[in-house]
Design a protein around this ligand. Structure first.
Ligand SMILES: CC(C)(COP(=O)(O)OP(=O)(O)OC[C@H]1O[C@@H](n2cnc3c(N)ncnc32)[C@H](O)[C@@H]1OP(=O)(O)O)[C@@H](O)C(=O)NCCC(=O)NCCS
Length: 158
């Protein structure tokens, strides 16, 4: 699934994903995260109006996805993934920033996520956006790794 960087110039903004994108979402999820959600779970994520899901890609193919759940005034970020062959080109940041804006537009005043302590790439990305660690869940993942709980205020963002 290799693309040239020029591909994204034609489509600079992440777009809302729908159930029509189910196959592409599941494919990218398998590629980048080893299949966090099955197709039934993806169907629900893409169908529920309080679960914003944005993606970047050319045609039906997706190279970046960010998804979340709006719970009262909180955006709970549930998934961020970029095609391994397209990582470190700013796509993760672009799609996550778009999700934060979407959350703001849906009335959220803060955003939260969980990230494995050893996931340096994700921690670095979230750090550039201003996320701060405010808690830790011990042995949260199947591997036994701890999760850090991070939060970001959306109120001061432009
Ligand atoms: C985490 C992930 C989404 C980052 O996406 P990405 O498109 O590669 O990230 P970006 O190019 O937008 O990076 C933005 C900034 O984050 C930081 N960053 C991202 N990846 C990094 C890495 N591997 N090492 C160090 N810093 C990194 C850098 O500050 C980077 O800015 P720079 O390239 O100008 O230095 C991607 O690595 C991924 O899909 N990983 C597998 C799935 C996953 O772990 N998801 C998160 C679960 S919590």
């Amino acid at each position: 699934m290799a693309h040239s960087a020029e591909t994204w110039v034609a489509q600079p903004l992440p777009r809302p994903l729908t159930t029509n994108d189910l196959q592409a979402c599941a494919a990218l999820d398998r590629l980048a995260l080893g299949g966090l959600w099955n197709e039934t779970q993806w169907q629900r994520e893409l169908a529920e109006p309080d679960r914003p899901c944005l993606g970047l890609g050319a045609g039906p193919t997706l190279v970046a996805i960010a998804a979340g759940w709006v719970i009262f005034d909180e955006l709970h970020i549930s998934l961020v993934a970029v095609d391994p062959s397209e990582q470190r080109r700013g796509l993760g940041r672009r799609v996550l920033e778009a999700l934060l804006l979407k959350g703001q537009a849906m009335g959220c005043s803060r955003a939260t996520l969980e990230v494995a302590v050893g996931n340096g790439a994700a921690l670095a990305l979230y750090g550039t956006l201003g996320f701060c660690t405010q808690g830790r869940r011990r042995c949260y993942y199947r591997s036994g790794e701890d999760a850090l709980i991070q939060w970001l205020s959306l109120e001061a963002r432009d």
